[in-house]
Design a binder for this molecule. Structure first.
Ligand code: UT7
Length: 326
């Protein structure tokens, strides 16, 4: 029986011009290139310029995704933007993107699931498209984490970067076979608020009326990460009957190379199938997966028909996986 699937028509990304290397950070705080590379795999990250907002990065990523898809912005009727660093407390950064693209029909809203934001946004858009509520969606992950970092906390400020990525999805009828259908085949989302104090921002409109800074018990997050990531990927395999051998590309959230390597190893995913950008981008939270997708599309790795496995885990905790046939 045929099935409506959300098929990826294009993807794009944008990184701010300024690159900050580990050596540059080591000149300002008590850290070293060696420590950062060994513990995280990060070598450099991009940092937004003064006056460059999350919406500005998101607009450029969205435009690149539309160009890649060969589509006019007017054909988009849904924008879901994942961010934890919106331009303003409200309205949603998504409406700034919608306005900049000249769209004033359909719906646009933000979604907050920190580093898992892109997977949550993809699942949300997928559900709207499969019910027929919308036809074409822009799913965006965009962040300016540099604005919420405590630049004196070496345990966190070396880890994050700014950037944005986007995909265009279209509701299309497919034959209804998980193993061959194009589009999003399955998504699995989880959260557990018992862990909320392990990774949070110590400010907000209702609590302190300040923006606040990111606080993280890194070792605690690390301890849970691999188990949560692999569990939610096993859920995706069980739901579809697929397995690691059937995956062409593993595009994980880029927080730490050690977490990515350990997850791939535990799942028996071959290292050459893993798309890694954490060395050049750092952890860009909700933007990291679409940024990595964009890199692997542009360099020719991900091709039409490839099975792509996405996963993320972050503050909340939240975590999730998605299987997408490109
Ligand atoms: O995207 C959302 C999810 N977030 C994550 O997945 C992050 C998960 N956590 C991690 O990636 C790792 O825990 C970190 C990279 C944050 C830290 O690595 P670690 O191996 O867990 O190190 P640690 O926190 O146990 O710290 C080890 C040592 C400490 O010194 P002592 O107590 O052993 O003397 C830290 O003070 O490293 C020290 N340290 C640093 N040294 C140099 C912490 N940050 C730095 C630094 N430079 N930037």
């Amino acid at each position: 029986m045929t099935k409506i699937r959300s098929v990826v028509l294009g993807c794009g990304s944008y990184l701010p011009e300024q690159v900050v290397t580990n050596a540059q950070l080591a000149a300002r705080i008590d850290t070293s290139d060696e420590w950062i590379v060994q513990r995280t795999g990060i070598r450099e990250r991009h940092i937004a310029a003064e006056g460059e907002f999350t919406s500005h990065l998101a607009i450029k990523a969205a435009q690149a995704a539309l160009t890649d898809a060969g589509l006019d912005a007017q054909s988009i009727d849904l924008i879901v933007l994942a961010t934890s660093t919106p331009d303003n407390t409200f309205p949603a950064t998504a409406v700034a993107v919608q306005h900049a693209l000249g769209i004033n029909h359909g719906a646009a809203f933000d979604l907050q699931a920190v580093c898992s934001g892109f997977v949550f946004a993809l699942a949300t858009a997928d559900n709207f498209l499969r019910t027929g509520a919308f036809k074409r969606a822009l799913v965006i992950g965009a962040e300016t984490f540099s604005r919420i970092l405590d630049w004196n906390d070496r345990g966190t400020c070396v880890l994050f970067g700014d950037g944005a990525g986007a995909v265009v999805l279209e509701a299309q009828e497919q034959p209804g076979q998980a193993a061959t259908d194009r589009g999003i085949v399955t998504t699995h989302l989880r959260s557990d608020g018992r862990h909320k104090a392990k990774l949070f921002v110590d400010g907000g409109p209702s609590s302190t009326q300040t923006v606040g800074h990111l606080r993280m018990e890194g070792r605690e997050v690390f301890k849970h990460a691999v188990g949560m990531i692999t569990d939610v990927i096993v859920d995706a395999f069980e739901a579809t009957g697929l397995n690691a051998d059937r995956i062409d590309w593993f595009v994980p959230h880029q927080a730490n190379k050690r977490i990515i390597d350990a997850s791939a190893h535990k799942l028996h995913i071959a290292p050459e199938k893993v798309v890694l950008t954490v060395d050049r981008h750092g952890n860009t939270s909700a933007a990291s997966i679409p940024l990595a997708l964009s890199v692997a599309r542009k360099d020719g790795r991900i091709k039409r028909g490839d099975m792509v496995l996405l996963e993320a885990m972050g503050g909340g905790f939240t975590w999730g996986s998605a299987l997408v046939r490109w």
